[in-house]
Design a protein around this ligand. Structure first.
Ligand SMILES: Cc1cc2nc3c(=O)[nH]c(=O)nc-3n(C[C@H](O)[C@H](O)[C@H](O)COP(=O)(O)OP(=O)(O)OC[C@H]3O[C@@H](n4cnc5c(N)ncnc54)[C@H](O)[C@@H]3O)c2cc1C
Length: 409
C-alpha cells in the first residue's frame, strides 16, 4: 500500500481543513453529537434533524464542496475519487452530516446525469445538490426486492401522461421527500427486465399516500407509498419508455458503492470502554470476543486502505465490494451483540432506563438494516460466487417469459 500524497493532494487537504475549521465544530466524542441522528423518535425531531442536514448541504454547495466528483456543468466540483476520499477522511472528525441527503445524491444524481435529457438535468440536479429539494427511491415492492425486475406497479399511457397504480415499500425518508425516482411496469407482455419505465415523480401529486413504518428502534426511517391513479407527465420519463432497466442498474451500482463504503456503528474503543466500565475485561470469554472485534476492525481498516491505494495511486487490486459489505455487516452484528452481553441484565433495558441512554441497544436494532439494504448478504454472496469465484450463475427460469405469465409472490 502506498499513502504518499502528491503536493496537490496535500494542498487540497489543507484547503479542506481550513473550510471545516471555519464552518463546523470538531466532534466531542459524546453521544450528544448531532451527526448521530435525531434526538428522539418524534416527527418533530426528524424534521429538525432533516433541516440541519439540509443546512449543512447548503454550506457545502455554497462553498464548492458539494458533489466533489460531479461535473462542474451540473454544479459539482469536477474533482476525482481521490479528492472525495480526502474530504471524507477530514470531515469525519467534525460534528456535521448531510444525513440521508448523501444517499439521495448517490441514488438520484447518476441516473439523471447519465440518462436524463438536458431539460431534466437543468431542472433537477442543482436543487438536489444544494439540498433544496428532498428525494426518495421508490423501487421495492411487497413482491419485488432482491428480484427487483419482478415489480408490478403499473403505469398506463393516457395522452401526454401516464397513470400510475400500485404500492412501494421500504422507501427511506419518503415522508420528507419532494420528488421520487420511481420504476413501473409499462409493458406486461415483455420479459420482466424489459417493459419497465423509470420516472421522476412529484411526491405532492394527488393520489400518492405515504405511510411511515415504525421500526423496532422506535424511529420511522421507512415508509409504504401507495399510488392511486397518480398522473405523471411523459416528460418525467428518464431514458426510454419500456427501457428503464439500464437506468435502474445505474442506481443499483451507485447504491452498492455507497453501502459497501459505509463505516457501521461505534468502534472498538467504545466497546472496550463499555467492558471496562462494567468490570468485564478479566472475563476470558469477553476478552476473546474483544479480540475478535479488534481483529475484524483492523481487517476492515486494511481492506479500506487497499481500496484507497487503488483509487488514489492506481496500485494493487481493490477488495471485492461484496466482500467488504458482508464483512462489515457481520462484524457490526458481532460487535453490538457482544456489547449487550457485556452489559449483562442492563443490556435488556432501553432508552432512558438503559446504560448510555440505550446507545448499544439502538446500535443492535439498527445494524440489521445494513445486512438487507443495498442487496442482502445472501445476494452479495451470489455476487462473490459469480463475479469473484467464477461459479455458474443463479438459475433464472423466468428471465425470458412475458412478465404477465410469471407466477407472482
Ligand atoms: C436500510 C434500508 C434502506 C432501504 N431503502 C430503500 C429505499 O429507499 N427504496 C426502496 O425502494 N427500497 C429500499 N430498501 C429495500 C431493500 O432494497 C430491500 O429490502 C432489499 O432489496 C431486499 O428485498 P426484500 O426485503 O423484499 O427481501 P427479499 O428479496 O424478499 O428476500 C428475502 C430473503 O430471501 C433471500 N434471497 C432473495 N433472493 C435470493 C437469492 N437469489 N439467493 C439467495 N437468497 C435470496 C434474501 O437474502 C432474504 O434473506 C431498503 C432496505 C433497507 C434495509
Amino acid at each position: 500500500m502506498n499513502f504518499d500524497e502528491t503536493p496537490e493532494q496535500a494542498a487540497l487537504r489543507a484547503e479542506i481543513r481550513a473550510f471545516l475549521d471555519a464552518n463546523a465544530s470538531r466532534k466531542t466524542g459524546t453521544d450528544a453529537d448531532w451527526s448521530r441522528g435525531p434526538v428522539d423518535d418524534s416527527h418533530e425531531a426528524a424534521e429538525a434533524y432533516m433541516a440541519r442536514c439540509q443546512q449543512w448541504q447548503r454550506t457545502l454547495f455554497d462553498n464548492g464542496w458539494a458533489g466533489i466528483t460531479w461535473p462542474k456543468e451540473f454544479g459539482g466540483r469536477g474533482g476525482s475519487a481521490a479528492d472525495a476520499i480526502i474530504f471524507g477522511q477530514e470531515v469525519a472528525a467534525y460534528d456535521v452530516t448531510a444525513g440521508f441527503l448523501n444517499a439521495a445524491l448517490s441514488l438520484v444524481g447518476p441516473p439523471i446525469m447519465r440518462h436524463g435529457n438536458a431539460a431534466q438535468q437543468e431542472r433537477y440536479l442543482r436543487p438536489l445538490l444544494r439540498g433544496d429539494e428532498l428525494w426518495c427511491q421508490l423501487f421495492s415492492e411487497p413482491g419485488a426486492g432482491s428480484d427487483l425486475a419482478a415489480l408490478g406497479t403499473r403505469a398506463v399511457r393516457d395522452g401526454d401522461q401516464f397513470i400510475v397504480n400500485g404500492q412501494k415499500v421500504w422507501n427511506s425518508e419518503a415522508q420528507h421527500a419532494d420528488f421520487g425516482i420511481l420504476i413501473t411496469r409499462t409493458n406486461p407482455d415483455a420479459p420482466k427486465h424489459r417493459g419497465i419505465t423509470f420516472f421522476i415523480v412529484d411526491m405532492h401529486t394527488p393520489g400518492i399516500e405515504v405511510r411511515p413504518l415504525r421500526q423496532a428502534n422506535g424511529q420511522s426511517h421507512f415508509n409504504e407509498v401507495f399510488f392511486n391513479d397518480v398522473p405523471i407527465p411523459v416528460e418525467n420519463v428518464i431514458g426510454e419508455i419500456d427501457n428503464g432497466w439500464p437506468v435502474t442498474r445505474t442506481v443499483l451500482t451507485s447504491e452498492a458503492g455507497l453501502i459497501g463504503g459505509g463505516g457501521g456503528v461505534a468502534g472498538f474503543a467504545t466497546l472496550l470502554e463499555t467492558a471496562r466500565r462494567f468490570g468485564r475485561t478479566d472475563d476470558p470469554v469477553v476478552r476473546q470476543g474483544l479480540a475478535d472485534v479488534y481483529a475484524r476492525e483492523r481487517m476492515l481498516s486494511l481492506m479500506g486502505l487497499r481500496m484507497q491505494t487503488f483509487i488514489m495511486n492506481g496500485r494493487g487490486r481493490p477488495p471485492h465490494p461484496s466482500v467488504m459489505k458482508n464483512f462489515m455487516t457481520q462484524s457490526s452484528e458481532i460487535k453490538t451483540s457482544l456489547a449487550l452481553e457485556i452489559e449483562g441484565p442492563d443490556g435488556m433495558l432501553d432508552r432512558a432506563d438503559a446504560p448510555d441512554s440505550g446507545f448499544w441497544q439502538n446500535a443492535v436494532l439498527t445494524q440489521f438494516a445494513s445486512r438487507i439494504g443495498g442487496g442482502t448478504n445472501e445476494v452479495h454472496r451470489n455476487m462473490i460466487a459469480e463475479g469473484a469465484l467464477g461459479l455458474p450463475r443463479d438459475a433464472q427460469p423466468d428471465k425470458d417469459l412475458p412478465w404477465k405469465d410469471i407466477l407472482k409472490a
